[in-house]
Design a protein around this ligand. Structure first.
Ligand SMILES: Cc1cc2nc3c(=O)[nH]c(=O)nc-3n(C[C@H](O)[C@H](O)[C@H](O)COP(=O)(O)O)c2cc1C
Length: 142
């Protein structure tokens, strides 16, 4: 059974490019071995990550990630069963804010602000909003 989980979090301190590359390389290697795919967005101290894979493996990985001292305030946006992967080819796709257009940065910032403000937090509208945002990034990354 495949599951797809999306969360937001806040970096404890800003990540440099090399911090991000270290995190990414390790994640990609681990995820490849574990059959996890997904996407990680980073903008100005905020992360949005989508994880997809076997239910138990996604759950265990998320629980490990939430205990990582490099970030905090993990807010799970959704966790649901899915038929097919959105990012089957990516052990962990990545988009740093330096590679985003102002428009994309604005969309992420707005989304993060709204979510932290609790507007969409436990609301079903978070699902289409988050997915639309992530799919838009995915298109631009290809
Ligand atoms: C924002 C964020 C996203 C992460 N994403 C992943 C991931 O997708 N896969 C992964 O294995 N570790 C990820 N990690 C790292 C884990 O928290 C943990 O450090 C790592 O899995 C430990 O791997 P190791 O036991 O091989 O050293 C992430 C950490 C942060 C802060």
């Amino acid at each position: 059974m495949l599951r797809c989980l999306v969360y937001l979090s806040t970096a404890r301190s800003l990540f440099s490019d090399s911090d991000l590359m270290d995190l990414l390389k390790k994640s990609q290697a681990n995820n490849q071995a574990a059959g996890i795919t997904g996407l990680l967005l980073y903008s100005n101290g905020n992360f949005i990550q989508l994880l997809e894979g076997e239910a138990e493996i996604v759950r265990a990985l998320y629980s490990r990630i939430t205990r990582d001292p490099r970030h905090h305030n993990c807010i799970q946006l959704f966790d649901r069963a899915t038929q097919a992967r959105l990012f089957p080819e990516w052990s962990m796709g990545f988009r740093p804010s330096a590679a985003m257009t102002p428009d994309e940065m604005g969309a992420i910032s707005q989304f993060i602000t709204d979510t932290h403000a609790g507007i969409r937090q436990s609301d079903d509208t978070a699902t289409p909003t988050a997915l639309k945002l992530l799919e838009r990034f995915a298109r631009n990354m290809r």
